[in-house]
Design a protein around this ligand. Structure first.
Ligand code: PRP
Ligand code: URA
Length: 206
């Protein structure tokens, strides 16, 4: 597993505004979209391409197109905030969904919905979930993807805690993680510190 912490001044600026408790849900959604574009650009940097002919208005030339099957799997609810950025950036994306929710008392994730392509063997699969806290949700989702034959799974998150990175490493060695920030740790309720609070609540104003 490789942890990539994406470092860009514009992403730092977006992150500070995402963390700010005064940021409205409307702004939070827009900032999530923008931050996601940086992370997705980085997570897709090594996708294979093939040369194709293209006719410009002036002459024939060649260009490159993405040459692999790409599947994006947002984790409900919060991962939905990252999906539009993904499909806007990556042509031909197939989309699957995992519905996972942490128990408020135990912070243990429970799966309540699943609609993912059955066969993922030939695909590059991007799991979209902005928060990697204990890692329980991401590990459950990655295991579900591996069970469908996925060989190349990349988690695109916004904030990670070291505990989540460690758990994912232990349970699903081989998953790459792309994040904007690796934060200090978890509080007693398993929220990331300093973090940005409950991502789903802030995204949807609940
Ligand atoms: C959040 C987040 C992750 C999970 C991370 O979802 O979007 O899925 O918590 O925590 P973990 O690493 O400790 O598993 P939540 O369960 O709050 O559901 P929601 O997005 O529907 O609010
Ligand atoms: N889920 C969130 O939305 N935020 C956290 O800090 C941890 C889990």
């Amino acid at each position: 597993m490789v942890l990539h912490i994406v470092d860009h001044p514009l992403l730092h600026d977006l992150m500070t505004r995402l963390r700010d408790r005064e940021t409205s849900s409307d702004d939070f959604r827009a900032l999530t979209y923008r931050a996601s574009t940086f992370l997705i650009a980085e997570a897709t940097r090594d996708l294979p391409t093939r040369e194709v002919p293209v006719a410009t208005p002036l002459e024939a030339t060649t260009g490159r197109r993405i040459a692999t099957r790409v599947v994006a799997v947002p984790v409900l609810r919060a991962g939905i905030g990252m999906l539009q950025a993904f499909v806007d950036l990556v042509p031909g994306t197939e989309v699957g969904y995992f519905g996972l929710e942490r128990d408020e008392e135990t912070a243990v994730a429970r799966r309540y919905y699943e609609k993912v392509p059955k066969e993922l063997g030939g695909a590059v699969v991007f799991l979209l979930d902005p928060m990697l806290a204990t890692g329980g949700s991401a590990a459950m989702a990655v295991e579900g993807l591996l069970a469908r034959g996925a060989k190349d799974v990349r988690l695109v998150a916004i904030v990670a805690a070291p505990e989540g990175v460690d758990l994912l490493l232990k349970r699903t060695n081989g998953t790459s993680i792309f994040v904007a920030a690796l934060d200090r740790g978890l509080n007693e309720r398993k929220y990331i510190l300093p973090g940005l609070g409950d991502f789903g609540d802030r995204l949807y104003g609940t």
